[in-house]
Ligand binder design. Structure first.
Ligand code: F6P
Length: 358
């Protein structure tokens, strides 16, 4: 091994720069390799000239540890196998990406991504014989075989802090506050933040709910003499009738946002309470990483370099039982991890009297 590349792919999150720094420090100082940072995920390898920069360990100041986002930039989810061209049609540009890897003379590639990115990177690796190692990141924490992915802990912290800030204003105005948090398909952020932030009800896509039951919970709270309530809802939750609520942005892309307003309106109607809704959105992604994300990011970065050194490819680093291990990337994608409705955290919440509306 002489030279490796690293890219960040898919939605950004807290801790990506900390991984980058760890990889560069370990690979250059301890292994004597060169590390090239690829711009904008696979788009950097597709560009001509290829958009990559040699990452200097002396430039890897500890500022990066603290910095949110990714200094490399990330793909805007542009799939090179179906790349949207200016005129709207989709073109397979995978060979250009593979050629970019070859032009740079890379011996291996570290891809930091979630399940969508890993599917694409694996396909590229298989088609072009690239030596790929994956590092899991997703605020949604829904990748399999790893207890934690980079960015999740910070997102939970931000959502918890939002509840901390909503509680006093809720109490001051006798209101029910509804907080909508991210989680494209899974309710991990809502569940953890709901427990940490003292929510009265948690709505997640993994547990079907009835709005009447949530309203009943609010009524009970009122009867017991408390004048406010906090409800946290994951963006992937549908209406009780299974209809998705999404907001479509210009360009036609349907993304998160909407269910919080629905829940707020329905609760106001059913309980007569005054309700307000907060959609936390991308505030959950752009923050400086919290200590746990920094530690995990750096443990993952160091292990990924060691995997390359050992010639182990098509593996993803993972966190299990207090240590970093590595697992087949494909298995991590296939063992998608939604919230377990019978798992410890759901049981904890139930034990605390938090309602799931079921
Ligand atoms: O997958 C991470 C995530 O933050 C989801 O929680 C959210 O649904 C989505 O990305 C938002 O994507 P975008 O940044 O493209 O709006």
């Amino acid at each position: 091994i002489k030279r490796i590349g690293i890219l960040t792919s898919g939605g950004d999150c807290a801790g990506l720069n900390a991984v980058l720094r760890a990889v560069v420090l370990h690979a250059t100082s301890n292994k004597g390799w060169e590390v090239l940072g690829l711009r904008q995920g696979t788009a950097g390898l597709m560009a001509r000239p290829v958009e990559a920069e040699l990452l200097d360990p002396y430039a890897m100041s500890s500022v990066l540890l603290r910095q949110g986002g990714t200094v490399l930039g990330t793909t805007n989810r542009g799939d090179p196998f179906a790349f949207p061209m200016a005129d709207g049609h989709l073109l397979d540009r995978s060979e250009e990406v593979i050629e970019g890897y070859r032009q740079l003379g890379l011996d291996a590639l570290i891809g930091i991504g979630g399940d969508g990115s890993f599917r694409i990177l694996r396909r590229l690796a298989q088609q072009g014989g690239l030596n790929l190692v994956g590092i899991p990141k997703t605020i949604d924490n829904d990748l399999g075989l790893t207890e934690i992915s980079i960015g999740h802990d910070t997102a939970v912290w931000i959502a918890t802090e939002a509840l901390d800030r909503l509680q006093p204003t809720a109490a001051s105005h006798d209101r029910v506050m509804v907080l909508e948090v991210m989680g494209r398909d899974a309710g991990h952020i809502a569940l953890s933040a709901g427990i940490a932030g003292g929510a009265d009800a948690i709505l997640i896509p993994e547990i079907p709910y009835s709005m009447e039951r949530v309203a009943q919970k609010i009524d009970d709270i009122k009867r017991q003499g408390r004048n406010f309530a906090l409800v946290i809802v994951a963006e992937a939750v549908t209406t009780e009738h299974g209809e998705p609520v999404t907001v479509t942005h210009v360009g036609g892309k349907a993304t998160y946002g909407g269910i919080g307003h629905y829940v707020s309106d329905r609760l106001a109607t059913l309980t007569g309470a005054e309700t307000r809704v907060t959609v936390l959105g991308h505030l959950q992604r752009g923050a400086p990483p919290d200590p746990r994300d920094r530690v995990i990011a750096q443990a993952f970065g160091v292990h990924a370099v060691d995997l390359i050194d050992a010639g182990k490819f098509d593996r993803m680093v993972a966190w299990q039982n207090r240590r970093v291990i590595d697992v087949p990337i494909l298995e991590a994608i296939e063992r998608y991890q939604a919230v377990d409705p019978d798992g410890t955290l759901v049981q904890t919440a139930r034990g605390l009297g938090i309602s799931f509306g079921d």
